[in-house]
Design a protein. Sequence first.
Length: 307
Amino acid sequence: MTRHLLRDDDLSPAEQAAILDRAERMKADRFAERPLDGPQTVAVIFDKSSTRTRVSFAVGIADLGGVPLVISTASSQLGGKETASDTARVLERQVAAIAWRTYAQSGLEEMAAGTTVPVVNALSDDFHPCQLLADLLTIREHKGSLQGLTVAFVGDGGDNMVHSYLLACATAGIHLRVAHPVAYGPRRAIVDDAIRIAATTGGSITLLSDPAEAMADADVVVTDTWVSMGREDQKAARLEAFAGYQVTRELMAKAKGDAIFLHCLPADRGFEVEAEVIDGPQSVIWDEAENRLHAQKALLAWLLEQD
């Protein structure tokens, strides 16, 4: 059966760990694996603008011996005339895999249900699983084992990054704390899924309203933009709601002295994070950005072996 990565819990704990192990090996020896030699083509579809996703997938596919076919939905039939499932059935005759950066999770689910090649969620409004593989890889590099670490996420609890953090951290056996304004929390069904997974891995999920409580003795601190793509009209209301949730030097000092700071980028310095934090010695954002390349290469190689 064809395997896909549409949300973070599509991977079991063992599968997640195996992909991260493979990503470490690929980072150490960048051209050792060439599963796309031929070359085979991977379709990378964009509904949204992108820097890190576009570059990391294009470079990674080339590293694996393949050809990236970058498609904008605005200039394709998928942009309006054709369903996701019909597009998938056309593409599967010509490409080895499909990655799609889109809005609705339902479109990815329809595409995956309608094709025999792997479909990768390169970002949706609900989840960002490729970013979480990169984040977990970065945390492993700096902290060793993931099991038992405490990760604090401060900011918008209802965005795709938090949903993915909930599922991916639970899968990895991490203790995740999310501090968010009451009106900006994660979807309850996703929280329940994460709690269920964490019960089997030794991790835990804690939702809080106090950033300082979430940050206390944390090993890793994470935030994300307060104004996600497509929500620009909410900026004024969100800036007011998230007052007090900025990751400052004072707040960062409540975490462990050797805590690391992550942000998936792009960042609004002076809003969700002080410049002195994101550009400071505890920040590992450039390692994190690079690790999109290695994590996605490992994911694609793994998915191509599952058929």
